[in-house]
Design a protein around this ligand. Sequence first.
Ligand code: MN
Length: 716
Amino acid sequence: MIRINDIIDRAVDVNPDADIDIINRAYIYSARVHQGQMRLSGEPYLSHPLEVAKILADMNLDSTSIAAGLLHDVIEDAEATRVTPEDLKSMFGKEVAHIVSGVTKLSVLPFSSAQARQAESIRKMILAMADDIRVILIKLADRLHNMRTLQYHKSAKRKEIAQETLDIYAPIAGRLGIYWVKKELEDIAFMNLNYGEYSKILSRLNKGRQESEKYIETVKTLIQKKMEASQLKCEVLGRYKHIYSVYQKMISQNLSFEEIYDVIAFRIILSTIPQCYEALGILHSMWKPIAAKFKDYIAVPKPNMYQSLHTTVIGPYGERVEIQIRTWEMDKVAKSGIAAHWGYKEGKKMDETILKRFSWIQNLVENQENFRDPSEFLENVRIDLFPDEIYVFTPRGEIKSLPKGATPIDFAYLIHTEVGNQCTGAKIDGRMVSLKHELKTGNIVEIITTKGHHPSKDWLNYTKTVKARTKIRQWIKAQEKERSLSLGREMCEKAFRKHRLNFSERSKSPAMETVVGEFGLKSLEDLIASVGYGKITPLQVVRKFLPKPEAEEEALLTKGVEKRERKKTKEGVIVKGVDDILVRFAKCCRPVRGDAVTGYITRGYGVTIHRTQCINALKMNPERQIEVEWAPETIETFPVKIRVRALDRVGLLADLAANISKNAANILSARSENRSDDETVTSFFTISVENTTHLDRVLADIRRIKNVQEVVRIGR
Ligand code: MN
C-alpha cells in the first residue's frame, strides 16, 4: 500500500509551501472512518483514497484537492462511516467539504448501462454538476484507480464499468487535456471490453519490440545529430501509441495491423517557440513531409490549450513517421491539461493571466453558446459550463435537457403532450413539490397525472420551454372555441325563438348552407362561433330566415351591404342603402344640417337621427346603428336650441330677438330666467336654421350684442 509520506513528498516537490497539515489530518480521519472496510481486492479500503490522492498529487494539484481526494468516499459510504458534509466543513473547511460533496453527488447519479446514446448528455451533466473543476479531477482519479483494480469485479460488472469509462470518463479527461489519464482509462476499458483485439495488438507490438527499440534508437539519433549540427538543444522521445488508439485507427481507416506503420510516434522538446519552428524546418529538410498531415497547434492551440507542431514525414525506411514538436511548457500542459495550471500558488487565487488562459474551458463542450463572462465563472476556479441548461432524469434514468428555470410542467410536456395536459403534481427525488418548483441538474423528476385534468392559463407563468407554452396555448384556444360555440348556439336559438323559428331545424336546411356562404364562412360551426365571439349578431343570422316585410326592418341593421342608389329623403338625410325610410330627428340633440349625425333604427318608426356625440345615442344598442349623411341641396330648416347669458339691461331681449331675425333665423320659442343675486339673465331660444354655418353666423352675431357674456347651443 502506498504511504502517505510518498504523497506528501510529491506535494512538497510541486509546491514547497503545500499545506502538509491538512493532508495529514485528512489521512488520519479517512483511515479512522474507513477502518474495517475492505476493497474487493482484500486490501484495506484506505488503499483506495490513498491511491486517488497519489494520482492527484501526480497531477500537481493543491493540498486542498489531495485532502479532498483522501476523503472523497467518506460521505458516499455514510451508512458505514456516519460522516456528514457538516463534519467535514468543521474539520477541514468549506472548500474540502464542498469538493467532497460534489464528488459524492456525481457518484450517486443514477446512471445505468445501456445509456451510450445519451453519453454526451451524461458528460455535460457531470461537467454541469461539478461547480468546481477539482470535483471532476478527483472523480477522474477515482475512476482511474477503480479501473486499475477492475480485475476484482465479476465479468459482467467489469464490462459495464469499462463501457461507462469509455463513453463518459475518458472523453472528459480528453476534453480537460489530461491525455495520460485518458489513454490509461481507454486501454484498461478496451482490455476489459474486447480482450481478443486488445491482446492481439499488444502481442504484435511486443513481437516487434526489439526491432522497434532499435528503430526508435536509429530515428532518435538521426534527429538528434541534425539538431545538434544547428546548435539546437533538444530532447527526442520515441514512444508507442496506446493500444486503443491503434485499434481506433484500424477501425476508422479499415486497416489491418500490418498496414499501421505509425504505432510509434516521436516527440521533440525544445526551449522556445522559434526553436520549434527551426526544428520543423530541419526535419522537413531531412525527410519529405506529407503536407496534409501538418498541423500548427502552436499558432492555433486546441480548445483545451494544447499546443504543438504535428507533422508526418516519410522516414529513413520509407515509412511514415509521426512527430510532435513542442516546448517544455507545452509538454507540461499536454501531459496534465487543466491541472498543469495550478497548484503552484497554494492557497492563493489564480492570477489574472492564468484565469484568462482558463477561458478555454468555455470551449470544452461543443455546441455551447451564451456563456457568461469567462472571468466571472472562473472565479475561485468554479465552473458553470452550462449556465442556460439543466439536466434531469426521468424515473427510468433517461436524461432530459431543459432550459434553466424550467419547472415540472416543462418536463411533463417534454415527455408527452398528454402528460403535460393532465399533470397535477410532481415528485423530485421522491418528494412532492409544487408545479412551480424550479428543477435542478441531477433531479429525478416524476410527473403525477390525473385523467381528465386540464392545463390552466397561469401555467404560462411557470414555463420556460416553447413546447410547453405552445401546447398550453393550444389547449386554451381550443377551450375558448368550445365556449364560444356553446354561447353562439344559445344566442342563435334565443334569437330564432323570438321570431318563432327553430334554430336547430334551420341549421340542417340547405338555406343555412347558403347563409354560411353569404357571411363568407366555411361551416355552420364557424358561423355559430362567430356569433359567440361577437363578430356576427344573432339578429343578422335570423334576418336571413325572415319573410320579406319583416326582414326589411331588420335589413337596416346591415349597414351599406346592399348597394342601392342613394335617394334623398324629404327630411334631407340619406340613409345609406335604404329607400323610402321614415326619418325623424331626435328631440334630445336636435341635429342641424352640417352636424355629424348617426341614425338609429327604431322598431316601427324608421330611423331616428342623432348628433353623433349625443349621450342618448351613445347609450343605444350599436346593433341598431346605421350610417346616414346629409342630403345635398335642400331648403328646409332645422330647429335648434340656444342659450344666451347676459348682464341684464333694458331692451336686451328685444336686441336678441332682432338680431336673430336679422339673420333670417325664425324664433320658434323663447323663455328667460332672471337671477337676482348676480343680475344676470339667461334666455333660451328655439330657432330654425338652415345648417350649421347659418347657426354659427347667428351665434356670432348675438355674441357681439352689448352685455352678452355667453352664447351656446344646447341639447346633447
Ligand atoms: Mn472512490
